[in-house]
Design a protein around this ligand. Structure first.
Ligand code: NI
Length: 171
């Protein structure tokens, strides 16, 4: 039995990616807003307010969390491209997911992700120094490749929480 929190396994933290891995990660990030929209399509409010696993976030919180997370990732990408090894600002994702905007319609975050990923893709698609460093105050120094690999995984990881729940519930 796999850990229900990690349907795709643990988050990868590659210091360097091959050209093929980078292309795959970029296309995953490009596809994510539509993938997430499809994952929640047709769900009722009651279904959206169902935890994807016992004790876990609701489907609605998962969608808003992806927007919270990728908003931070977008800022981290731009910081890494414009500053010399910037230290990024961590945030308490659990507390963010409990703020009132995480109870809003998922459509707000779906639209936000479509627009955010459009801009993020334009930045990522033109990176020519994937080894540019950035530092997380708790986990240390990483590269833009790390960020790309982590967030390609991250979107799919949360989409799989939702599609996994739908499959188990027959929704
Ligand atoms: Ni997450």
């Amino acid at each position: 039995m796999t850990d229900p929190r990690y349907p795709l396994g643990p988050m990868p933290q590659p210091l360097a990616l091959s050209a093929a891995e980078r292309a795959a990660a970029l296309s995953a990030i490009r596809a994510l807003p539509a993938e997430l929209r499809l994952a929640v399509a047709g769900l009722t409010d009651t279904q959206l307010d169902t935890p994807y696993r016992e004790g876990g976030w609701t489907v609605r919180q998962v969608v808003h969390h992806v927007a919270d997370s990728h908003l931070n990732a977008y800022a981290r990408t731009k910081l890494a491209l414009t500053e010399d090894n910037p230290t990024v600002k961590p945030y308490h994702e659990q507390l963010w997911a409990e703020l009132p905007d995480s109870a809003l319609a998922t459509e707000l975050s779906l639209l936000m992700l479509e627009q955010l990923h459009g801009r993020w893709d334009a930045v990522l698609s033109n990176v020519n120094a994937w080894d540019r460093p950035w530092t997380h105050p708790q986990t240390g120094q990483w590269t833009l490749d790390t960020l790309l690999g982590m967030y390609a995984w991250h979107g799919q990881h949360h989409a799989a929480h939702i599609t996994g729940l739908r499959k188990r519930e027959g929704w």
